[in-house]
Every structure is written in structure tokens, then in C-alpha cells.
Design a protein around this ligand. Structure first.
Ligand SMILES: Nc1ncnc2c1ncn2[C@@H]1O[C@H](COP(=O)(O)OP(=O)(O)OP(=O)(O)O)[C@@H](O)[C@H]1O
Length: 710
């Protein structure tokens, strides 16, 4: 506690406050009308300083500085001088703002001071946005914009969906919202109860400093991949989204590639989610595939016995009760089997070889059960029996654990059944029809599962089926807030799955349909079915249209990449910069020569982070090798891969999909040729890549330029 307070004070010493407002509260007409003041009159203006944390006098009442999250602070974000009001838990407070002043204080010294008429003065925002970037994201509390503030402080809706242009502050708003909620509900909400889904490990590292800098603990961060790995990683060689993307890129245009792309889209759809839901319903009556319990070639309980027990004996009970009963029954069967085996030679041998630790445990058990007193002979028998029992139990430990972990149900095989029988699939599909390409999918599932491999498009459906069969025991009921960033990249299937996995969480979902770059979400208009997850009365859809990250010329160029109707609502923040450059190159070697020379010049000009963004991991590998050859040891070049967790300063080379959510002072697009970015589906990828640039954008191409840039 004391260290925390000391750290906070040290931070405050460096940067105590960033704003001052003078606010005169409107006087209420006192009850009975005898009038402490007439309605409409205001009291003397109070001087209010706003900073990252509050500073309170020793009396515990005098506020020298208000925390930016205090109710009164929203006056600063929402209003210009003049009539103004703010919400408090006790109701609205209205009055008159007579002064609004902004400060830039660094290292305890006042650098700038502005009085302003606008909500948040352009000058300060200009200055902040013109700074060179760091490898980690910074907090934006001193310059939160009105429309961002609305998202940060929304306490009314259970589901908030934010559609925001690239660089409009979605991630920033999400993180300040986490800080806001932790402050507002500090007695009842902990950082552990907030989960943020991040697109990849690079992004995870990139945002991890914002909350600690604001004096708050980081929320839990997860990637969808981690979720899949945790449950299915041991049983399957599970493909991830990036490998899937690479495969689709490599097979593009081939019949195999087209069939897979169709399967990927279908298996991310709501149609498929409903099909699985109907299948689950049917599994209540028949069809769960059980796995026999076997020991050294002997069947202890067969799959047929389990099925009979489950569907016939317990047929009247609910699914959950039947499972609980089946588990008890299986454990009883295992115990009976152990009883039966006690005097078999293998058990005696195993008991002789038992570890000291197990013998001690058996000894303790006998004592606990009241052994070792009157009749020593009896005790010895008891001890021997216990040792034998312990030995047999050790041997069937994996079976006990399988029963505990529900592995007596074969979820993958149950899943596979759906693709074995056409009529079964049809009976579960909501429209009673087979999806296009079903045969191809059926063959693929057969091949892959047979080899213990799992396509990414099958991972969430299998996870859903498995968890639903187990009664969603991994449900995270204690999570109160779920944030999903880059939400356009989730399939409607994944959105529906997350809703079930975090059943009580309020959701804040942020995305940009113009950056939907994965095939799995292509058919959903880029918004993954999120908006349908809550009752419309409990949901809000907010839009962020101003793009703060990039200079005006960069935003203008990137808007031209999009279809006019998609670009319509995007507004650049008015910050000047050099025109983006389109640079023709003879071949890759020439491209590398030019890019290497530009990297050197950009570093010399003081740009601290340079992102060389190629389309695929393979091309990023090539680009990195070519640049390293040319730049030598003096300029370190880092190749960023799917597993990387940190973005270094200097030059990073990365595939397009790993650049999601992050930004660089300068972006060098590696080969935006028509060959690489020629199809409609590449339009959004090119947009995503170009909008990573803060100040400088160079686009190199060999051969013909992508049609989206001409
Ligand atoms: N109100 C603000 N004040 C200062 N900087 C801001 C503000 N809003 C956004 N920014 C800056 O703009 C950049 C983009 O913000 P952010 O990454 O949150 O946007 P995004 O909408 O999540 O972008 P994308 O969808 O492209 O990943 C960041 O550098 C952020 O600090």
C-alpha cells in the first residue's frame, strides 16, 4: 500500500495535472422556496484541477486535484466554456464553466499552457499526435475526445459495440474504460474480473503499459488461440488463425483453396452455430459417443454400457444430472474392479515396487481409519490390503482422471459424426439443407481428425460442442466485463461462443469492418454477429469517425483504397505531413535497395519505430533477409512472428496480419503489386497495413501497382 502511494506521488510530482476548469454550480431552489438563492443563479466558481490521480489534503476532504475519472472531470471532456452539466450517482449537476485551461507538465516543469474554447483544444492534440511513437501504447487521458468519453463512461448498456475507423482510438477508449470501471467500482470490481481479448501476442505486449501507467493493475488478456490451446492443444495439432490465413493465401485460386475458403466461411457462420446447437439438443436423446474404460487390454466399462446407462437408465433426468450420475457410476465401477483385482499377481508386484511416499500415505490412511491398536494381526492385514489397493489405484489413476475430466465422452468423435451422416446434418441444419461444399468438408474432417490434426475452422465448433457436453464447467461466471478488440476478425460463431463462455459479463466490443481481413468473418459484414448478442434495449452501437493516428495525407490515401461507400464516414484529424510515396521497383532486389536506403534516412530523421509490412510470413522472412544483407550489423532488423510478444524499437519486419492494432512512425509496405494485392479481398488488408503509419508511408511495388492504389 505504502509503496503504491509513494509510486503514485512520484508520478504526480512529474505530472500533477493536465487541466483546470472553473465551474459555478447552479443553485437549487431550496425546498419551501425561502431561497438560499433563486433558481438559475450560480454559486462562486470553484477551481478544479484534473490529473491522472487525485490529490487530497490531510483532512481527507480538500481536493487539490481530481482524478480524471471523477464525475466532475467529465465537464472537461464533454464541454466548452459556457453552460455545462455532469452526471453524478446522485443526479445531474448543472452550472456554468467559466474557464477551461490545459497544461503540459513534464518532469515537474510547466511546458505549455492554453486556454481553450473547444472541447479539447486542437493545439494540444496536434502536439501529442505529432510526437514520435514508442514501442508501447500510451494513455490518452489528457486529450480524451467527447465521443470517446461517452464510450469510456457508459454504465448503462450491457453490450457496447464500437465501430471505429482505423486509428480512431478504439483500443485507447477500451483501455481508459477499463481504468474508469476499476475506479468507479473500486469496492466491487477487480482487474481479474475484466478480460480483454487481444488479436495476437504482439498486440498484448504493445498495450500492456497503459493501465500500470495510470496506476491500475492490468486486466487479464487472452487470445482466442490460447483458449483453444488450453482445451484442445494436447489432443490435437491445432492450426491457428495465422497458419490458416497463410494456407488460404498459398492455395488461393486453386480448387482446393476455394473449397477451403468456403468451408472456413461456413464454419464461422451462425447457420453452423445453430446446427451445432440443434445437434446438442439431439444428443440429449441419442448420439453421444462414449469411450470405453480400458486397462491393459481389458475393458472395464464398455462404451455400450455407458450409453445404455446414460440414455436408458437415467433417461428421465436432465443432461447435467445424467452426467453427474454417470460419473458416480463409473467411479463405482472402477472401485469394484479394483476390489476384484486386489489379489492378482500384477497388483502384488506393483505393491512391492511402490514408492516410499505411497506406503506412507497408506499407513496414514490406516491410522486415520482407526487402525494400529488392539489387534496387531488385523492391522497388518488392513495395511496389506491398503497397499494393494493403493497400487491398483495408482495404476488406474489415468482412468480416474479421465472420468473426472469427462473424457469418457468422445467429443471429437461425436463432432465427426455430424460429417458422417448426411441425414443427421440435414436434420440439425436450421433450414434443413446441406451447405454448399459439404462433401468436401466431410472428407476434410475425416482426414484431419484421423491424423489428430485440427483445422482452425473446426476448433471453436469442437470446443463449443465439448464444453456444452460437459455442461460448460469452464464457464467464467465471475468475469464481469469482457472486452473484445479487433472484433471484426471474429466469426459470428466465435461471438456466440464467447457469449456462452462468459455468461454474466457485460461486453465492450470494438472493431472496424474495413479491417476485416480474415476469411472466417468475411460473410458477416465484418461484424461477426456481435450486435445480435443482446436485447436491443440493453445494447448501444457507437461510432468513432475521426482518425487520430495518421497524418491527413496518409488518411486520405488510405481512404482511396476502400470502396467509396465504406470510406464515406472516415475523417482525418487535421495534422499535416509528407505525402505518402508510391515507389515503383524493377524487382525484389531493387525494392530491397530502395527500402534499405529509406530505412537509413528515416532513422537518421529521428523516426524511432519503422514497420516493414509484407503480406505473408514467408514474404516477411524474405524481406527481413534482404534488408539485413543491405543494412549490416549497425541497424538491427527484427523479424516479428506469430509467437513474438514484444515489439522492439527500430526496424521491425512483419506479416500484414500481425500488424493489427499497432502503429509505427513510418510504415514501408513491402510490394503492393497487383499480383500481391489484386483481388477484392485484399483491399481491406492493404487498408489495414497502410493505416499503421503515424507520420510516413512508403509503398513499394514491383511490376504493376495494386488496382486499389491507382
Ligand atoms: N483522444 C486522443 N488523444 C490522443 N491520442 C489519441 C486519442 N485517440 C486516439 N489517439 C491516438 O491515436 C492512435 C490510434 O489509437 P488506437 O490504437 O486506440 O486506435 P484504434 O481505433 O484502436 O486503431 P486500429 O483500429 O487502427 O487499430 C494511438 O496512437 C492513440 O494514442
Amino acid at each position: 500500500m505504502a509503496t503504491e502511494a509513494a509510486e503514485r506521488l512520484a508520478r504526480q510530482h512529474d505530472n500533477p495535472y493536465f487541466a483546470r476548469i472553473d465551474f459555478a454550480e447552479k443553485k437549487e431552489l431550496a425546498a419551501g422556496g425561502d431561497g438560499a438563492g433563486a433558481a438559475g443563479e450560480t454559486s462562486e466558481p470553484e477551481v478544479i484541477y484534473i490529473g491522472r490521480a487525485s490529490l487530497v489534503g490531510e483532512d481527507g476532504e480538500t481536493f487539490y486535484i481530481y482524478d480524471w475519472r471523477a464525475p466532475v472531470s467529465s465537464l472537461f471532456y464533454d464541454h466548452e466554456p459556457g453552460p455545462a452539466s455532469y452526471d453524478t450517482p446522485g443526479g445531474e449537476i448543472a452550472g456554468e464553466m467559466t474557464l477551461k485551461r490545459q497544461f503540459v507538465i513534464r518532469g515537474g516543469r510547466l511546458r505549455h499552457m492554453f486556454d481553450t474554447d473547444e472541447t479539447i483544444g486542437d493545439d494540444i492534440l496536434q502536439a501529442v499526435l505529432s510526437e514520435k511513437s514508442d514501442t508501447a501504447m500510451k494513455s490518452i487521458v489528457a486529450t480524451i475526445q467527447k465521443e470517446q468519453n461517452r464510450i469510456i463512461r457508459d454504465e448503462r448498456h450491457r453490450l457496447i459495440v464500437v465501430q471505429g475507423a482505423a486509428g480512431s482510438g478504439k483500443t485507447s477508449a477500451a483501455l481508459q474504460r477499463v481504468a474508469y470501471l476499476l475506479y468507479r467500482y473500486r469496492d466491487s470490481l477487480t482487474a481479474e474480473q475484466i478480460v480483454l481479448f487481444s488479436p495476437n501476442p504482439v498486440f498484448k505486449g504493445y498495450i500492456s503499459r497503459v493501465l500500470p501507467d495510470l496506476g491500475e493493475a492490468n486486466m487479464r488478456q487472452m487470445t482466442f488461440r490460447e483458449l483453444i490451446e488450453a482445451r484442445l492443444g494436447r489432443r490435437f495439432d491445432a492450426e491457428d488463425l495465422f497458419a490458416q490465413t497463410e494456407d488460404l493465401a498459398a492455395t488461393e485460386g486453386t480448387p482446393e483453396g476455394e473449397a477451403r475458403a468456403r468451408a472456413v466461411r461456413y464454419k464461422g457462420s451462425e447457420h453452423y452455430f445453430e446446427t451445432i446447437a440443434a445437434y446438442l439438443d439431439r444428443l440429449k436423446r441419442e448420439g453421444v459417443v462414449f469411450r470405453q474404460l480400458r486397462f491393459k487390454g481389458d475393458t472395464i466399462v464398455s462404451a455400450e454400457e455407458m450409453s445404455r446407462q446414460f440414455y436408458v437408465e437415467y433417461g428421465e433426468d436432465s443432461f447435467g444430472d445424467r452426467l453427474a450420475k454417470l460419473r458416480r457410476w463409473l467411479n463405482g465401477r472402477l472401485t469394484a474392479w479394483v476390489d476384484d483385482q486386489l489379489h492378482e499377481p500384477w497388483v502384488e508386484q506393483a505393491a512391492e515396487l511402490m514408492e516410499e511416499e505411497d506406503i506412507q500415505r497408506a499407513y496414514v490412511n490406516v491410522r486415520r481409519q482407526g487402525g494400529f491398536h488392539e489387534d496387531a494381526f488385523d492391522d497388518e492385514d488392513k495395511m496389506t490390503e491398503l497397499l494393494l489397493r493403493q497400487a491398483a489405484e495408482n495404476a488406474i489413476g489415468p482412468l480416474r482422471r479421465a472420468v473426472k475430466g469427462f473424457r469418457f465422452m468422445d467429443a471429437p468423435e461425436t463432432y465427426r459424426q455430424l460429417f458422417v451422416s448426411r441425414s443427421l446434418f440435414v436434420s440439425c441444419a436450421p433450414d434443413g439443407r446441406l451447405p454448399e461444399g459439404w462433401e468436401w468438408m466431410a472428407q476434410r474432417v475425416e482426414d484431419k481428425l484421423g491424423r489428430k490434426e485440427l483445422d482452425h475452422e473446426d476448433a471453436t465448433p469442437l470446443l463449443y460442442l465439448m464444453e456444452a457436453l460437459e455442461g460448460f464447467r469452464k464457464v467464467e461466471g465471475e468475469v464481469k466485463h469482457l472486452f473484445v478488440d479487433e472484433a471484426q476478425d471474429y466469426s459470428p460463431f466465435q461471438a456466440a461462443y464467447l457469449r456462452r463462455r462468459f455468461p454474466r459479463a457485460r461486453m465492450t466490443v470494438l472493431g472496424d469492418f474495413n479491417q476485416a481481413i480474415y476469411a472466417q468473418a468475411e460473410d458477416s459484414g465484418g461484424f461477426g454477429g456481435w450486435t445480435r448478442l443482446a436485447d436491443p434495449a440493453d445494447a448501444a452501437v457507437w461510432r468513432l469517425t475521426t482518425s487520430y493516428r495518421s497524418t491527413r495525407p496518409i488518411v486520405e490515401l488510405s481512404k482511396r483504397i476502400l470502396r467509396p461507400e465504406d470510406a464515406e464516414g472516415i475523417r482525418p484529424f487535421n495534422r499535416d505531413g509528407e505525402e505518402p510515396r508510391l515507389i515503383p521497383c524493377g524487382d525484389r532486389a531493387h525494392l530491397a535497395d530502395l527500402a534499405a536506403a529509406d530505412v537509413t534516412a528515416l532513422l537518421a530523421a529521428g523516426h524511432g519505430t519503422i514497420g516493414v509490412i509484407a503480406k505473408t510470413a514467408h514474404e516477411a522472412g524474405d524481406a527481413s533477409a534482404l534488408l539485413k544483407e543491405r543494412l549490416g550489423e549497425d541497424v538491427p532488423v527484427t523479424l516479428v512472428s506469430g509467437g513474438s510478444a514484444n515489439l522492439p524499437k527500430g526496424v521491425s519486419v512483419l506479416p500484414s496480419y500481425l500488424s493489427k492494432g499497432i502503429e509505427f512512425d513510418a510504415v514501408l509496405v513491402w510490394d503492393a503489386s497487383a499480383e500481391r494485392y489484386g483481388q477484392e479481398r485484399h483491399r481491406k488488408l492493404l487498408y489495414t497495413v497502410s493505416t499503421r503509419a503515424l507520420h510516413v508511408l512508403h509503398i513499394y511495388y514491383t511490376g504493376e501497382l495494386s488496382p486499389y492504389l491507382t
